[in-house]
Design a protein around this ligand. Structure first.
Ligand code: CP
Length: 366
C-alpha cells in the first residue's frame, strides 16, 4: 500500500542536483544542499501526513543501522524512515553481535556489505568511525552510502539538519529554506565541548547567515575554539576578534559567505534578543574530570527557565536534541510548554529529514 500522488517531479529535481555519496559532516555542505534537504524533507512531511504514509522509492534496497552506541531517537527514526521508503532494514546490536567474539568494526561492516546492504547508518562513541567505514567502502569500489548518525564528539549531521528543518518549517511551513534564518540570533547553551550536535549545528546555522552565540561554563567551551579557529585560518579563512566585556566573539569569513560565531561564558549576552535557544545535554559519559561543581549549580547558572527567556525575543522558541536531563539543562515545566518548546517537533521532523537523506543518497540506485 503506497501513498498516491507523491510529487516525484519535485523529488526528481532534488536528486538531479545531489552528488554527495556519504553524509559524514556538514562542514562542507553548500546552501544548495541544505535547501535540497529542506525541500525534500518538506515533501516527505506532506507524505507522512497522509493516511497511507509509505512510498515505494527504495523498494529492494537494504538499509543497515549499525549503532555501536545507544540511541532512542536517531536509531528509531532512521529505521522508520527506511521503512516508509519501502527499504528492508537490518538492525545491529553490539552486545549480541560477533563484536563480542573479537570481530573488528570494519569486518562487521563488510559482513553487512556481503548481505547486499546499500546504505549504512553508523553511530559510534569514537569520532571518525563512519569516515573509516566510508573510506573502506570507497576502497572496495562499492556504491554503499554511509550516514554518520553521531560519532563521538565530532558530528551528528542528521540531528542538525532536523533542527534546521524544525526552525525553517516554523518560519515558513509551506517553503522551508535556509535564507529564512538570515540575521536571526540563535543561542546554543551548555556542554559545547563534548557536543557533536553543537558542532554540526554550528556549520548549518552559520551557513544560513544566522548569528550563532555559544554560551557555557569555560570548562565546557572548547579551548576558546582555538584549534577550530586556527584550522580555518590555515585554510584561508579571515578571522576577526572582537571583545565584548568578558565575552569573546569570532567572525569567520570563508570565501563564499560569512559565518558569524560568538562565544560567551555567561548566559545573558547569548540570550539577549535571541530568536531561538538550543540547549544541550550535559554529556556526563564524555567528561573525564570534574568539570562542574554540581548539577544544581550548573542549572542555577546555565539552566534555561521561563524567567531567563524574558531576555530573549517574546516569540523565542527552545530546542533540545534529547535525551534531556530534566531540571538540569532546562526546567521541566518549560520543556513541556508548547508555547516555547520545539522538542516534540524536533523528534517528528527527524523522520521526514531522515527519509530525505536516505532518498537523496539511495534513489540513484533504483
Ligand atoms: N538526539 C539524539 O541523538 O538522540 P538519541 O541518542 O536518542 O539518538
Amino acid at each position: 500500500m503506497y501513498a498516491e500522488g507523491v510529487p516525484f517531479s519535485a523529488f526528481g529535481m532534488a536528486t538531479s542536483i545531489w552528488t554527495r555519496h556519504h553524509i559524514l559532516s556538514l562542514a562542507d555542505f553548500t546552501p544548495l544542499e541544505y535547501d535540497t534537504v529542506l525541500q525534500t524533507a518538506s515533501s516527505f512531511r506532506e507524505v507522512l501526513s497522509r493516511r497511507t504514509k509509505k512510498v515505494p522509492t527504495l523498494q529492494g534496497q537494504v538499509v543497515a543501522n549499525l549503532f555501536f552506541e545507544s540511541s532512542t531517537r536517531t536509531r528509531s527514526s532512521f529505521e522508520l524512515a527506511a521503512k516508509r521508503l519501502s527499504a528492508d532494514t537490518l538492525n545491529f546490536t553490539p552486545g549480541t553481535s560477533s563484536l563480542s567474539k573479537g570481530e573488528t568494526i570494519l569486518d562487521t561492516a563488510k559482513t553487512y556489505l556481503a548481505m547486499g546492504t546499500d546504505m549504512m547508518v553508523i553511530r559510534h562513541r569514537e569520532a571518525g568511525v563512519p569516515q573509516a567505514i566510508a573510506n573502506e567502502m570507497d576502497r572496495l569500489g562499492v556504491r554503499v552510502g554511509v550516514l554518520n548518525a553521531g560519532d563521538g564528539q565530532h558530528e551528528h549531521p542528521s540531528q542538525a539538519l532536523l533542527d534546521l528543518f524544525t526552525i525553517c518549517t516554523l518560519l515558513d511551513p509551506a517553503y522551508p529554506r535556509l535564507d529564512l534564518l538570515k540575521d536571526k540570533k540563535i543561542a546554543i547553551v551548555g556542554d559545547i565541548l563534548h557536543s557533536r550536535v553543537a558542532r554540526s549545528n554550528i556549520w548549518s546555522l552559520t551557513a544560513s547567515g544566522a548569528e550563532v552565540h555559544l554560551a557555557g561554563p569555560p570548562t565546557l567551551l572548547p579551548q576558546l575554539f582555538a584549534n577550530f579557529v586556527k584550522e580555518k585560518k590555515d585554510k584561508g579563512f579571515k578571522i576577526k576578534n572582537k571583545s565584548d566585556e568578558s565575552d569573546s566573539a569570532f567572525i569567520l569569513s570563508p570565501l563564499s559567505f560569512q559565518r558569524k560565531l560568538f562565544l560567551h561564558w555567561s548566559l545573558a549576552p547569548a540570550l539577549k534578543d535571541a530568536d531561538f535557544v538550543m540547549t544541550l545535554r550535559l554529556q556526563k559519559e564524555r567528561m573525564t574530570s570534574h568539570l562542574l561543581p554540581s548539577l544544581r549549580e550548573y542549572h542555577q547558572q546555565f539552566g534555561i527557565t521561563r524567567d531567563r527567556l524574558k531576555l530573549c525575543k517574546p516569540e523565542v522558541k527552545v530546542l533540545h536534541p534529547g535525551p534531556v536531563n530534566r531540571g538540569v539543562e532546562i526546567s521541566s515545566d518549560l520543556m513541556d510548554d508548547p508555547q516555547f518548546s520545539l522538542i516534540s517537533q524536533q523528534v517528528t521532523s527527524g523522520v521526514a529529514v531522515r527519509m530525505a537523506l536516505l532518498y537523496l543518497m539511495g534513489s540513484g540506485k533504483n
